[in-house]
Design a protein around this ligand. Structure first.
Ligand SMILES: Nc1ncnc2c1ncn2[C@@H]1O[C@H](COP(=O)(O)OP(=O)(O)O)[C@@H](O)[C@H]1O
Ligand SMILES: [Mg+2]
Length: 368
């Protein structure tokens, strides 16, 4: 880890079923565990673990020191305010992880966390990338030293408009994840950044073209939102891109998640290792399929306790008719990291530039 608490691991191969140091997962305050699908960002928080996962499946991001932490919290509160009538903010909600308020451990109630939807949760083999967007990652109030520091981290930001901060990509043949950190992202130039993006969509056998096109259309929607608003500017904020790496889901095979309490059978690959207590498992002979119902339940009841069976969940959310989900459910794109969001009165040209360049690089990838 670097001095400022950022993840600085070098690129690596992560075998499923083990965390990086091969030890049993640590259980922290109130049953929370380190979130094993974090691909970038600070590793501060309790015991330097970074983002935590609550037993109910939501994730907990510790508030950073003022003014960043309170600024991010106030942004989430503003966007998700019950009495919000601002149509731009109401539209924005769909592009953010759901916000479930703040959380504090019983043992130390002064430590505040943001309680957020886990964007990776519905996926069996989530491939995840954090991409910082914009031409400048320093805000208008940054000191000259801070500006210099940010510029020197990636001088090409101004020209490229985005930076790959970290990724985790499922490799089909080895049943493992390849990870890359921000040092990899910073090593990419104008001519190689497309190769970097290609790595994220490659499962070792082939480019996951379906994921590229679905992600393009989600990013386009976010771009439309940015083109329609003038009230907010986002600095050093990211897009979190996720797609399903499991071929079993993508090929339309019929699988369903196991009951959250179900243990893995011997020999079964462990899935979605960010859910140590709720890992999903492949069950190829089951009679009904709705691989994403687990998440739908989660999204609607982010604060519920664990333990309900899949069938109960169907009842609760009116899915007794075994609704099928479209392919677009196999990808997700959410905006995250709002420690530097500021009011404004003009379009956020820096973010828009980054989104457009990211889009055209992805589109180029499909043409190659
Ligand atoms: N809502 C979320 N769902 C899933 N993963 C998330 C979510 N929010 C953050 N993460 C993970 O945690 C990392 C750090 O989050 P971020 O909000 O960017 O924190 P920081 O302020 O430390 O950069 C992200 O790169 C991502 O891997
Ligand atoms: Mg971040």
């Amino acid at each position: 880890m670097s001095a400022d608490g950022q993840i600085m691991d070098s690129s690596s191969l992560e075998k499923l079923g083990n965390n990086k140091n091969g030890s049993v997962k640590q259980v922290l305050l109130d049953g929370c565990v380190p979130f094993s699908h974090q691909v970038a960002g600070h590793k501060c928080g309790i015991n330097n673990t970074g983002v935590l996962q609550h037993p109910d499946g939501t994730i907990l991001k510790q508030l950073q020191a003022p003014p960043r932490g309170p600024r991010e919290m106030n942004f989430y509160k503003q966007v998700f305010a019950k009495d919000c009538t601002d149509t731009r903010l109401l539209e924005l909600q769909q592009y953010l992880p759901k916000f479930y308020g703040t959380w504090a451990p019983r043992e130390s109630s002064h430590e505040l966390f943001l309680k957020l939807e886990d964007v990776t949760r519905r996926f069996l083999r989530p491939c995840i990338m954090d991409v910082k967007i914009g031409r400048r990652s320093y805000d208008p109030f940054a000191s000259p030293e801070k500006r210099e520091e940010q510029i020197s981290k990636y001088p090409l930001m101004e020209e490229i408009g985005f930076l790959l901060l970290g990724m985790r990509v499922y490799q089909i043949d080895s049943d493992s994840y390849i990870t890359h950190d921000q040092l990899y992202g910073r090593s990419l130039g104008k001519d190689t950044v497309k190769n970097g993006l290609t790595k994220f969509f490659h499962n070792g056998r082939e480019l996951q073209r379906y994921a590229v096109s679905l992600i393009i259309s989600k990013i386009r929607s976010i771009l439309h939102w940015f083109e329609s608003q003038t009230k907010l500017h986002f600095y050093a904020s990211s897009l979190l891109l996720v797609y399903e790496g499991s071929p079993h889901i993508i090929n339309g095979s019929r699988h369903k998640p196991a009951d959250p309490g179900t243990k893995h059978q011997q020999g079964e690959p462990q899935s979605n290792s960010n859910n140590p207590h709720e890992a999903l498992s492949f069950q190829s002979s089951l009679t009904h399929s709705h691989p994403y119902c687990h998440n739908v339940q989660h999204e609607r009841n982010g604060n519920r306790k664990r333990g309900g069976s899949v069938e109960e969940e169907d009842e609760e959310i009116g899915m007794g008719d075994k609704k099928q989900f479209g392919q677009e459910e196999a990808v997700e794109v959410k905006m995250i990291d709002f420690a530097h969001v500021f009011p404004s009165d003009c379009p956020d040209e820096s973010y828009i530039y980054g989104l457009r360049n990211l889009l055209s690089t992805l589109e180029q990838m499909l043409k190659d």
